[in-house]
Design a protein around this ligand. Structure first.
Ligand code: ATP
Ligand code: MG
Length: 320
């Protein structure tokens, strides 16, 4: 058998952990993490490969012939988040591949949310299918060109411009009405109950505030921050639909203020003080653009802060 390496148009076949990955009959690499790895390419013919390894290749080929394994096509990495890596995929699409072992129900929720809002009136990539391979799952989305608004604002320092981009897009999102996605209060409640209840009194108080918050059928993105907005030629699009929900529009505004201003900056970050100042100014400018005051979101923010401990137990609450 003769194998040659090609770099483009990778057709990847996924098998069991430790078995071999065959690529268009021409490239293969070993599956080390239960999925696939492109770090171990073999170039040239396979005569340099040990017999034992050759057995794996033959097994893999047999599996292909028997139609086992999942056929995947992907190219280079185009983005990375905390939960997933995004790869080039076929015909103007991307594969958002979640980290190994990421909960299946969470990926399914993102997919269902993305499908629920596919037809709605704001700029976003369309979701096509959900892919499951061993413990890893992925979603195929339209590919969006451009850089994240976060990269843009770090590069330009234009906080006012960033706030305007955010508010313009957010206003178009919250104009939509939706009911077949989770209720924002359920999301908050389950996270509050999930938080270590060191102070039951405090938990009770937070649940009471939550009970008084308004119901609503406004489409809330749930994770609307500059890292989830892509910018190209002055046009913005939103991505990342794991926490889409319905509720009062002030919830989504408060959630954005939380994500922009309250999430921690690592203690060893360069220019930490400047970054913290920028975060606060950006949240202020965004609120002005949204015509919302701090007072209007105060209760939402208190509940969001309390719920965050259950949502991200490892995020150090005191660091700001
Ligand atoms: N449809 C897309 N088209 C082009 N690039 C994308 C697309 N979706 C995601 N990306 C890129 O991949 C990065 C990570 O995507 P995404 O935010 O969906 O991942 P995540 O792991 O859910 O992120 P988070 O860290 O917010 O949880 C984005 O910042 C962006 O650069
Ligand atoms: Mg993201």
């Amino acid at each position: 058998m003769h194998f040659r390496a090609i770099k483009n148009d990778n057709v990847l076949l996924c098998f069991e952990k430790g078995s071999w990955l065959q690529v268009t009959n021409l490239i293969f690499g070993r599956i080390t993490n239960g999925y696939l790895t492109v770090s171990e390419w073999f170039k040239g013919d396979c005569r340099g490969i040990e017999n034992k390894e050759m057995t794996h290749v033959k097994t893999a080929l047999k599996m292909v012939l028997k139609g086992r394994g999942t056929q995947m096509k992907y190219g280079k990495i185009i983005g990375k988040g905390n939960t997933a890596t995004v790869y080039e995929w076929e015909e103007g699409t991307v594969l958002k591949l979640f980290v190994n072992g990421y909960p299946k129900n969470a990926v399914e929720r993102e997919f269902l949310n993305a499908k629920a809002i596919n037809g709605m009136n704001f700029a976003k990539p369309k979701a096509y299918e959900i892919i499951c391979c061993e413990e890893q799952m992925g979603i195929i989305y339209d590919r969006v060109e451009g850089e994240t608004l976060l990269d843009w604002v770090l590069k330009t320092g234009d906080l006012q411009g960033c706030a305007e981009y955010m508010a313009t897009l957010h206003k178009t999102i919250v104009q939509n009405r939706v009911s077949h996605v989770p209720d924002y209060r359920e999301f908050l409640k389950s996270n509050i109950l999930n938080a270590p209840s060191a102070n039951l009194m405090e938990q009770e108080e937070v649940l009471e505030i939550l009970d008084r918050l308004k119901d609503g059928d406004t489409l809330c993105h749930g994770d609307f921050h500059p890292g989830n907005i892509l910018l190209s030629n002055g046009l913005t699009m939103v991505i990342d639909f794991m926490n889409v929900c319905h509720g009062d529009f002030l919830y989504d505004v408060a959630r954005t203020v939380f994500l922009v201003e309250y999430t921690p900056v690592p203690t060893d970050a360069d220019d930490r003080e400047t970054l913290l100042r920028f975060k606060k100014i950006l949240a202020d400018l965004y609120l002005i653009e949204m015509n919302v005051t701090r007072e209007m979101i105060q209760d939402y923010l208190s509940v969001i802060i309390a719920a965050r401990v259950g949502e991200c137990p490892n995020e150090y609450r005191g660091v700001r």
